[in-house]
Design a binder for this molecule. Structure first.
Ligand code: 3PG
Ligand code: MG
Length: 368
């Protein structure tokens, strides 16, 4: 069944519309560090206003755990929104209410009270079965906003209608978060590049000494099984930038001595990864290659970001840290699609669906 689009709503003219957005933006000392998620919702907000609707947006911000903690107030977002989309109201942080994360029905009722229509444009939150995501479509005529529809469309085509070679680049700290997505990707990709701290669990599975690097011992067996399943398609680092006793930083091979901790891929790995990326006709990147916030360990992520930017295939960067890395290196305009959802894009790739999408497809106005 197809997702209901804005055009599948009864005419929004003169109606009150609740829009669930993902305005979970980085804020430091009250200042928004990156407003990409706010700008990304503008096409939906303006379309609704142009149709004559009264628009109320809502979002979570951070993880306040069901209490009204002023540290997580949406006020900075409200100010930004007032400039970008004048006339759009914004509710206070949804997660100030414990009913949001537990999908409490009374909370959904309160959210929907006085509203005629519901639009979900929160791609980055649609993997959460929370009240504001899964509740309203059972009560109000509902639709996917432009951003949500576009994100799903791009990932759907990446998975089911892509040009080969299809290469995925995964990084970040934990392999346990990504085993599911790796398993699904192995059915689709020609090559899977693994960097970041998660590479150490794979290297350990291959029998290397990883020194004091971060590893998840419980997952070594699973990594070994994935390596077998991949039959040589998983590309691991061949050298490492590591920090030793007394904060000494060195390039090393993939075998590290005790006392040494790998914090970035080495230059040889970065070059080898870049060669694989250059040949890709479809490329998905999620997760940094090292601790790129620290200039001593940014080189690997920078080289990979540049390779992704230079790749002539269709390039998709999956949210979160890899999107910030692109921004840090001034390359965010150089890829075809930067997703507004990190966790959401991984879950969509892994499972092919999200709770928020399922809920929309069950709305009373959804196309049969
Ligand atoms: C995100 O930034 O990952 C989304 O907004 C979801 O937030 P959450 O991980 O706190 O649910
Ligand atoms: Mg998250």
């Amino acid at each position: 069944m197809k997702l209901p689009q804005l055009e599948d709503l009864p005419s929004p003219s003169g109606k009150r519309v609740l829009v669930r957005a993902d305005f979970n933006v980085p804020i430091k000392d009250g200042v928004i560090q990156d407003d990409m998620r706010i700008r990304a919702a503008l096409p939906t907000l303006t379309w609704l206003q142009e149709q004559g609707a009264t628009v109320t947006a809502c979002t979570h911000l951070g993880r306040p755990k069901g209490v009204a903690d002023p540290k997580y107030s949406v006020e900075p977002v409200r100010k930004a929104l007032a400039e970008l989309a004048p006339g759009v109201a914004l509710l206070e942080n949804l997660r100030f209410d414990p009913g949001e994360e537990t999908d409490d029905h009374a909370f959904v009722d309160r959210l929907c009270e006085g509203q005629d229509l519901y639009v979900n444009d929160a791609f980055g939150s649609s993997h959460r079965a929370h009240a504001s995501i899964v509740g309203p479509p059972a009560r109000l005529p509902s639709a996917a906003g432009r951003l949500l529809a576009q994100e799903v469309d791009i990932l759907d085509r990446m998975l089911h209608d892509h040009r080969k070679p299809f290469v995925a680049v995964l990084g970040g700290a934990k392999v346990s978060d990504k085993l599911g997505v790796i398993h699904t990707l192995l059915e689709k990709i020609e090559r899977l590049i693994v960097g970041g701290a998660m590479a150490f669990t794979f290297l350990l599975a291959e029998g290397h000494d990883v020194g004091d690097s971060l590893v998840e011992h419980d997952w070594v067996e699973r990594c070994r099984a994935l390596l077998d399943e991949a039959g040589g398609r998983i590309v691991l680092p061949e050298d490492i930038t590591a920090v030793g006793p007394n904060e000494e930083v060195r390039q090393a091979g993939v075998d590290l001595r005790a006392g040494w901790k790998g914090l970035d891929i080495g230059p040889g790995s970065a070059a080898a990864f870049s060669d694989v990326i250059a040949d890709a006709r479809t490329l998905f990147w999620n997760g940094p290659m090292g601790v790129f916030e620290d200039p001593r360990f940014e080189a690997g992520t920078r080289t990979i970001a540049q390779a992704v930017a230079d790749c002539r295939g269709f390039t998709i960067v999956g949210g979160g840290d890899s999107a910030s890395a692109l921004k840090q290196f001034g390359l965010e305009g150089e890829v075809d699609h930067v997703s507004t959802g990190g966790g959401a894009s991984l879950e969509f790739i892994e499972l092919g669906d999200l709770p928020g999408l399922e809920a929309l497809r069950k709305a009373s106005n959804a196309p049969g």
